[in-house]
Design a protein around this ligand. Sequence first.
Ligand SMILES: Cc1cc2nc3c(=O)[nH]c(=O)nc-3n(C[C@H](O)[C@H](O)[C@H](O)COP(=O)(O)OP(=O)(O)OC[C@H]3O[C@@H](n4cnc5c(N)ncnc54)[C@H](O)[C@@H]3O)c2cc1C
Length: 399
Amino acid sequence: MASEFKVIIIGGGMGGLTLAHACLHQGISVELYDKRDLKAMLSGPGGIFIQHNALRVYKLLNSGQLSQRFYQQGGKILKGGFFSQTGDHLYINSPEFIREDDLGVCLLRPELQQILYETLPPEIVHPGVAFENFEDIGNQVRVSFSDGSTVEGDILVGADGLYSKVRARLQDQERLEEPVYSGTCCWRGYFNTSSLSLDSRYSWAEFWGQGHRFGYFDVGGGRFAFYAFNNTSAGGNDDAVGGSLKALRSIFQDYAEPIPAIIDALDPEKIYRDDIVDRAPLGSQWGQGRVTLIGDAAHPVLPTLGQGGCMAVEDGFELAKQLSVHTGSADNVSELLREFEAHRSQRVTRVFNTSRQIATLAQADTAIGCWLRNWIYKLTPTRLADLQFKWLFDYQPKP
Ligand SMILES: Cc1cc2nc3c(=O)[nH]c(=O)nc-3n(C[C@H](O)[C@H](O)[C@H](O)COP(=O)(O)OP(=O)(O)OC[C@H]3O[C@@H](n4cnc5c(N)ncnc54)[C@H](O)[C@@H]3O)c2cc1C
């Protein structure tokens, strides 16, 4: 790889920051631009699962330092599972799923962002610079920003999330159309466990009710993150019921402990509510010429599998690996990007479809639907349930 070959990344979320690490790992120059200032870029609500498929990527980058930092900071993904609203076990992961040398990890989002950022050379990250447009100038791509500045590089990667402006420009639009509302909203945040007696056998748990569900997971340092989903119409807020805490109490008051106790332990100032959306993946071609997309810009999925960000991580790694075989010809760059997109498209489409299917089950809102769902989960042998996801978790990034 010629050292002057340069990748321009738009977006400093987990996808863009991971791609920057992966490019440096392959000896490729990189510059990353994010429209938010640094403080906002390193923020984010609640916690996130970095499942072992994505964690394996981090083990390869930065001489393994990223995964070490994650394990020190976060909570390892150990035994856990799904419960009914009344606390019946529906599924608990099998011991084969929990291998000490191959564990995923959960982190608070700002802590994940901070680690990804501070392990990069600071001069390659440019916060507070908003992408505006790009122009193919033959053997390079010219990128313009809203402050009037421009930069040129060999490849432009849109890692700019759900409302990707890079994707909109590829489609010749000013902005993308609205994504598809899932029918559920989600509250997120975290709490200290000091005043609670959580079952120490589990590092994560999710309780399923009728049209709502509540989950929590260890994010290290005596803190757990939580999420709570509820079927409702789009664009809602909690003003009418007197705030998020009251909304959560009214929906989850009949859940088995520890859910009501967790809600009592929440800081009302630190609860975030969002509408949950996705968008159909783009198929086998995501970009054109010297421009491609990764992560939510290409394939936002529902968070039922906790894999949206993990797919962005895998994308970043696979793209940098693909670029590392670049030979210098202009046609070759475009070909490599199309190969990367085609290679990733099957897997991310499967994650998109499976996330929707599980969301339908998890958010079932009829009594009979919930009864059936709970029985199916209860009667399915754990090994069989785990086997269903072998294709997902068996991903092995090749150095
Ligand atoms: C409730 C919920 C729970 C989830 N849980 C999990 C989980 O447990 N595990 C998991 O893997 N995934 C999870 N996800 C999905 C995950 O959050 C996303 O898939 C992931 O954050 C996508 O990363 P990204 O880098 O592609 O985009 P983003 O994180 O959205 O980052 C995009 C970046 O681009 C910047 N940007 C946007 N426009 C511009 C512009 N014009 N110019 C410059 N910069 C720009 C933004 O400021 C932002 O920093 C969850 C999602 C939700 C909603």
